[in-house]
Design a protein around this ligand. Sequence first.
Ligand code: NAD
Length: 356
Amino acid sequence: MIYGAGKTLFKVFGRLRPKWFSSGKSRVQDIGLIGCGQFAYATIGYSIWRKYGNRFAACYDIDRTNHASFALFYGLSPDASSATDVIADERVKFVYIASNHASHTPYAIDALKAGKTVFIEKPISVSIDQLRCLASAVCSASAPIYAGYNRPFSGAIRNLRTEIGSLNKPMTLNCFVSGHVIGPDHWYRRPQEGTRICGNVGHWLDLAVHMLSWGELPDRWHILIAYSNTSSRDDDLSIALTSERGDLINIVLTARNEPFEGINETINFQQGDVIAKIDDFRRMTIWKGPNIHKYRYWPKDVGHNMCLIQPFSNIKRDWKEVEMSTLLMLHIANMVINTKSSSDFSFSSELSKAFN
Ligand SMILES: NC(=O)c1ccc[n+]([C@@H]2O[C@H](COP(=O)([O-])OP(=O)(O)OC[C@H]3O[C@@H](n4cnc5c(N)ncnc54)[C@H](O)[C@@H]3O)[C@@H](O)[C@H]2O)c1
């Protein structure tokens, strides 16, 4: 129940897919959804429903059971036989994409070309080629695009930002993440889906890029990766990044046992005279010089609600930050694929290689 009663109920419905219950309708139906899996059903559906009611107009999934059960719960006609049908639907002004990772970029490009506002789940792309095509589509699009990296929208990160302002000093950020156990046949593991670096670790790389962007994002980085096991390299590993300015980012992903309450995160931070400890986005303590501030977040606030309503609210993320974090994520995914332990990375040179 750490996510609160409403979200827990949607999560249970997402797993059970009941045939006897529907979420009701709002007056406006203008959202098309591609990928009717657990995240769409329980988290996207809930975050929109709690604020705006059920605004879904159409949905599509390659799995007809997931498609039909989502359509039933959200009161939609299950007629769409492709993502193109959803995008072309005249009622649809907003396209949410929560399908497999390799399909995010092509669906987003199609939706942008059709003039629709796009919300794309993470990762936005699983290769540099995809990122290049997406960036070009975003540049020529008439409608905006938003990404599903939610940690920057959490209460803790927003409160920390308010306490710090924009200190242009080196930061230390340590993220210890107990992630889900993912079986050997899970689709995240398919080579074309970009590894768990794209599937999971991208969240904390993106958080780091977001927090670094409160000041000036350092250009050049050295990256070290320690693998606990070279046969499943993206399950239990430590990634350390140091910048030319002296920033130190460390991300440990461990997935040795299924965490009972879902992903569990401990984040430690220091910059200037500020020290912060974030305990699983449920509590945060900030020491600022001699002052101590304590925060509690109930239900646990990883930022999903605020992130997922970006298309309708005035709190939005700078898309360029997401492109930068994706460049870094793809570089690290490539290191993991090739079992590399050490590498240099520069945002400016990766940007010019990728986009010129
Ligand atoms: N932001 C977060 O915290 C967060 C958390 C969990 C999942 N996610 C993201 O949400 C997305 C969905 O994850 P999930 O946990 O719901 O997985 P899931 O396996 O439950 O759902 C994925 C759905 O996509 C469908 N699908 C696969 N290929 C498709 C295609 N080409 N076209 C249309 N549908 C297709 C599958 O049939 C399935 O129903 C992923 O991108 C995942 O990374 C984000």
